[in-house]
Design a protein around this ligand. Structure first.
Ligand code: IMP
Ligand code: MG
Length: 183
């Protein structure tokens, strides 16, 4: 790992979602969102860091007028799994009361991160609150949290690229890869 100070070993990876497939899903999600929010204005709330490329593409793909803001959340747990204990590291800069808020997440796994954020944002009384995730690991869900827009559904496996990291690496890859864990 990079924490040792040595050059990081390259894990074995296979391409799962090529960039063209990601782009097609982003376009399809944007059409759904445009249909649902017709005549309204949106506030896209990206969860840093993983969603930064997804937000960038989604914001350009929707025709609905959309402002963009970000939150950064720390969730405690193992390297690849969150625990349900979450803390806001960087809050929104915009007030959301009375606004149509769409949370943009990279991956919903256990759902703990999202659930905590939704509960927190609901206290601020948005006009509506929905969730769009690039990848839904639905079968891994440990808590009930509604997800309204889903790019891809993934049963198992750890993925990197297009914003997603493994120990902060690989976020800049334009395609999404499955990391071979050997299990
Ligand atoms: P949850 O709280 O268990 O739903 O955690 C979701 C968060 O874990 C996502 O926002 C990601 O940051 C991270 N995560 C979960 N699965 C993966 C993965 O396969 N690759 C990269 N990050 C992941
Ligand atoms: Mg992460």
């Amino acid at each position: 790992m990079s924490t040792t100070g040595h050059p990081a070993a390259q894990p074995a990876m296979t391409m799962l979602y090529p960039r063209a497939e990601i782009a097609a899903r982003v376009t399809a999600l944007a059409r759904e969102i445009d249909r649902d929010y017709a005549g309204r204005e949106l506030l896209l709330v990206g969860i840093l860091k993983g969603s930064f490329l997804f937000v960038a593409d989604l914001a350009r793909a929707v025709s609905t007028p959309a402002d963009v803001d970000f939150v950064r959340i720390a969730s405690y747990g193992s390297e690849t799994r969150s625990s349900g204990i979450v803390e806001i590291r960087k809050d929104l800069e915009m007030p959301i009361r009375g606004r149509h808020v769409l949370i943009v997440e990279d991956i919903v796994d256990s759902g703990y991160t999202l659930e905590a954020l939704c509960n927190l944002l609901l206290l601020r009384e948005p006009a509506s609150l929905r969730v769009c995730t690039l990848v839904d690991k639905r079968s891994q869900r440990a808590t009930e949290v509604p997800v309204d827009y889903v790019g891809f559904t993934l049963d198992k496996g750890f993925i990197v690229g297009y914003g997603l990291d493994y120990d902060e690496r690989f976020r800049g890859l334009p395609d999404i890869y499955l990391v071979k864990t050997g299990s």
